[in-house]
Design a protein around this ligand. Structure first.
Ligand code: ADP
Length: 190
């Protein structure tokens, strides 16, 4: 299996790049944000609980997202591999992911971390909010809260993967094609 963590702050371009990478490498895209928004759209109990947390820009509890990932991994044991987008976001999630993959006899090959400055992120998210209708993309305070959550709880995961010699830093500024090129070159060297 080829298992990649596509990492970076909100608005770094993880979703856009994931879509291109899954096509090229035949992987499954596992975006916890997309799965949670699906739960909300379907009006499930999980979705109802997650909505108010997500609308404020806070992180959904670890056990909820870990449970979602566990269930999807269990249903796709024959997959070529996965792109994890928006997961893991805390050290508890990173540890849980390593344990789940170990049970499947596989592991993370690399964390590709897209680096983008905060000011650029805010502009990109406000722009996206105009089209996507995502409540968490339409308000500066909520966007700042998401970036703070990222800096406090999520960015430290780079050290976790660095310690495993799996961290690859990629400059996340440029055209979509340019960034895709850099990601593919990094993946081809794994
Ligand atoms: P972005 O990275 O652009 O903020 P996502 O779609 O990845 O967007 O996530 C949207 C929201 O979903 C987050 O702000 C958070 O509330 C929730 N969420 C997604 N993934 C996780 C996760 N792994 N752990 C906790 N909360 C999550």
């Amino acid at each position: 299996m080829l298992n990649i963590v596509l990492f970076g702050p909100p608005g770094a371009g993880k979703g856009t790049q994931s879509k291109l990478l899954i096509e090229k490498y035949g992987l499954i895209h596992l975006s916890t944000g997309d799965i949670l928004r699906g739960e909300i759209a379907n009006g499930t109990e999980l979705g109802l609980k997650a909505k108010s947390i997500m609308d404020r820009g806070n992180l959904v509890p670890d056990e909820v997202v870990i449970g979602m990932i566990e269930s999807i991994l269990g249903k796709n044991t024959q997959a070529k591999g996965f792109i994890f987008d928006g997961f893991p976001r805390t050290s508890a999630q990173a540890l849980a992911l390593d344990n789940l993959l170990e049970k499947l006899g596989t592991s993370i090959n690399a964390m590709l971390s897209l680096d983008v400055k905060s000011e650029e992120l805010v502009d990109r998210l406000l722009e996206r909010g105009k089209e996507s209708g995502r409540a968490d993309d339409q308000n500066r305070d909520i966007i700042s809260n998401r970036i703070n959550e990222y800096n406090n709880k999520t960015a430290p995961l780079k050290d976790y993967y660095l310690a495993q010699e799996k961290l690859i830093l990629i400059e996340g500024v440029g055209t979509i094609a340019e960034i895709n090129d850099k990601l593919c070159r990094a993946i081809d060297q794994i």
